[in-house]
Write a protein that binds this ligand. Structure first.
Ligand code: MSP
Length: 533
């Protein structure tokens, strides 16, 4: 791993300069930001798709922390239901044993991608189970649950019923597998009764679901008419018992959705609900939009909760032409790439290769190509040339900031504004694109100024000006890149002689002119050693 642990190593190495006061510091309003990922099924091992959502949530969480907001980032695992029970049976172990083994893999992904989640919920946590029972009891007490029998075609991978019309050639549209016929006496939730209220909510909150085409999809689904849904299972054992009828368990999707509320009640040993509810963003791919955009808000309305502010729906990462899925057996394992190249290149690749919000194809070849072209040749090279020139021409000390306007100040301010807006809108790829125009601008700046010529000609003031601007450009990049590639950002700060702490990457420091003179610059190994292809 090229940059992991670099901040720690660096602390023993060089003279440090505290971040100091930013020019534009002032009183700011602190907000709250509660973001969630789906809780992932533990029926099988994690793949790159799960890592992707977690990375997206981490980038916005880090960004909001940079802005001084109170952030709560929740992720976890969905451990009940038919799918998990079947996976355990196949392995000849209990669902609990199976879940206990699998959850370590999912926790490992979170750690490996360097995600800063505030809690990891498991739906087998006893506090969650008790909360789900209290929640569903409220829905029952509101008169929204009744008993009836149900028969239909069931996709166990989706844990959902399908009508003939919704199948593609008789197969599940999402998993390509044949559904099985199921007949049961179940408890039903009166979803149809919520159709109007849901529609009104969508109309009053045009940014409830983002991006826009996903909002339209969900709204049109509501407008086509909603049926009541079965919310319990009689034949399944692996789930949370229905509080008023212990012979049935609560439908896994209802159990799972409630995690977003239950987690706040016990994550930190004190109930955070009043402080943090409702969620600012639920993040997910389009496969589970209907559950989050229709069933979840209806359940919340019934139980008397405020609705989430937004759902953001990103696209599918595809391998070849198809959505990756465990059921289809075409998954890409994120671990080898992360092991070999580090979390940052992986995070960078996922967000840069595929427009966040659209589907896109990923693969190892394009990972390596982008790594070499952009991380090694553009960012890494910019860092090495700057550090080595300051080493060579200024004995490794940041020269004094030049008097007067910098040719880069205006562009940096524009980039910071675009990135701030983009990250606020979950346009993670747009944010990276804006940052990369500045990386390229700085590389052009080196060519234009040709500091080696300035040195040769003895143009001391001009050379100071060039070198300070480059170092300041890198410091600025370290701030705006922090949420995307945090370890690299810390390493860049260290190499510029700055303490790579939270103060150094506070968002107000995404401004021009804050690099102090006198810092000890170190060259070090390449940030991103080239990959031989
Ligand atoms: N357990 C349910 C979610 C319950 S949330 C209350 C579930 N689990 S899942 O393991 O199948 O995860 C689905 C989610 O994983 C997607 O919505 C998305 O966030 C992520 N992804 C899974 N495969 C993906 C891709 N191929 N591409 C992008 N994201 C993917 O559904």
């Amino acid at each position: 791993m090229p940059v992991s642990g670099a901040a720690e190593r660096a602390s023993a190495r060089i003279a440090r300069i505290p971040a100091g006061k930013p020019r534009n510091s002032g009183c700011r309003h602190m907000g709250k930001f509660f973001v969630t990922t789906p809780i992932y099924y533990v029926n099988d091992v994690p793949h790159i798709g799960h890592a992707y959502t977690t990375i997206g949530a981490d980038v916005v969480s880090r960004f909001h922390r940079q802005k001084g907001d109170e952030v709560f980032f929740l992720t976890g695992t969905d451990e009940h239901g038919n799918k998990v029970e079947m996976a355990a049976t196949e392995r000849g172990i209990t669902p609990r044993e199976h879940a206990d083994q699998m959850v370590t893999r999912f926790k490992e992904v979170v750690r490996k991608v360097n995600a800063t989640n505030d809690f990891f919920i498991r739906t087998t946590d006893p506090q969650h189970e008790a909360y789900v029972q209290r929640f569903i009891q409220k829905v029952y007490d509101a008169g929204d649950i009744y008993e009836s029998s149900y028969s239909g075609l069931y996709c166990s991978a989706c844990e959902a019923y399908y009508t003939e019309e919704n199948l593609v050639d008789g197969l599940c549209p999402d998993h390509g597998t044949a559904p099985t016929f199921m007949e049961e006496k179940n408890y039903f939730f009166k979803l149809a009764d919520y159709q109007d209220r849901l529609r009104q909510h969508y109309l009053a909150h045009p940014d409830f679901v983002r991006p826009r085409h996903r909002y339209n999809e969900a709204l049109s689904f509501i407008e086509q008419g909603l049926d009541d849904i079965s919310i319990s299972r009689a034949t399944l054992k692996w789930g949370i018992p229905v509080p008023w009828d212990a012979s049935q368990v609560i439908y896994v999707w209802v159990d799972a959705l409630i995690n977003y509320a239950s987690a706040l009640s016990y994550a930190v040993g004190q109930d955070l609900t009043t402080r943090l509810w409702p969620p600012t963003y639920h993040l997910m791919a389009q496969d589970i939009l209907k559950f989050h955009g229709i069933i979840w808000p209806a359940l919340l309305m019934s139980a008397g909760y405020e609705l989430p502010e937004h759902l953001f729906i990103h696209g599918y990462l595809k391998l070849g032409g198809e959505k990756m899925s465990k059921t289809r057996g075409n998954v890409m394992d994120p671990f080898p790439l992360i092991e070999q190249y580090g979390a940052d290149p992986f995070r960078f690749y996922c967000l840069r290769e595929v427009n966040f919000g659209q589907d896109g194809v990923v693969g190892e070849d394009s990972f390596k190509a982008r790594y070499n072209a952009e991380l090694a040749n553009e960012l890494g090279n910019l860092m090495s040339r700057t550090a080595s020139m300051i080493g060579k021409y200024r004995a490794g000390v940041v020269p004094a900031a030049p008097v007067g306007e910098s040719p880069l100040a205006e562009e940096a301010a524009a980039v910071a504004a675009v990135v701030e807006k983009a990250l606020g809108d979950f346009d993670l790829s747009g944010g990276l694109e804006a940052i990369w125009t500045f990386v390229r601008r700085l590389n052009r700046f080196v060519e234009e100024r040709a500091p080696w010529k300035q040195a040769k000609a003895g143009e001391d003031a001009a050379l100071d000006h060039t070198l300070w601007n480059l170092a300041e450009g890198l410091r600025f990049l370290a701030v705006v890149l922090h949420s995307f590639i945090p370890a690299t950002s810390a390493e860049m700060m260290s190499r510029l002689g700055m303490e790579p702490d939270a103060a150094a990457v506070a968002w107000e420091r995404a401004a021009w002119g804050l690099l102090p003179a006198g810092g000890a610059v170190t060259a070090g190994a390449p940030l991103f050693p080239r990959i031989d292809v």
